[in-house]
Design a protein around this ligand. Sequence first.
Ligand code: ADP
Length: 212
Amino acid sequence: MTCLELNTRQNEILDIVKGNGPITGEQIAERLHLARATIRPDLAILTMAGFLDARPRVGYFYSGKKPIKSVADGMVDMIVANYQSRPVVITENLSVYDAICQLFLEDVGTLFVVDQQSLLTGVVSRKDLLRTSIGRTGLEKIPVHVIMTRMPNVTYCKKEDTLISVAKKMMDSQIDSLPIVQEREHGLEVMGRVTKTNITAAFLSLVEDQDV
Ligand code: ADP
């Protein structure tokens, strides 16, 4: 079911039921100076959309529920700013060994790498670190900038972007997270992080308010 824009009469009916419910269809029609048959489709819509509940021999009453929105309607309204996480940022010369420690300490899957000016230069994922570590010693001597995915190949987003656009970027690039950036004169400052977990949480929030 899609999200409904209620018309004037449907809003009037909603107000009447809110103030007077439970109330029969006949009584609602009387108040509006209309025939019962005229408002029948409006009552059907309001009931199906979850605004009103109807009980036989009792009448209509206000459900207090939010109207049912389709997942698609709910998702298109969601913007990154409302579903972001704190970014974990490291500098380019941090060793692979220390980066692995950061990954565990901060409990994240991806680290964003910045230069001396705190501008984004790259991304290091857990598999990047694992790949470098297998069968090798001296991880404390390898700086992360040697193994990171570097600019301009980093996929990023802005806080006003939609979650849908972020989800698409994640799927297209086969990545788990994106830095949220703000443009500065000489590059991009990392302001936040959006991950597949954030997207999943947003998805779940669409149904949490409803009886499913
Ligand atoms: P993992 O490698 O742990 O499965 P990802 O799937 O996120 O994590 O990363 C896959 C590859 O993509 C890694 O090599 C990583 O450096 C790179 N990567 C991760 N995030 C981004 C990003 N936002 N932009 C560009 N490349 C990224």
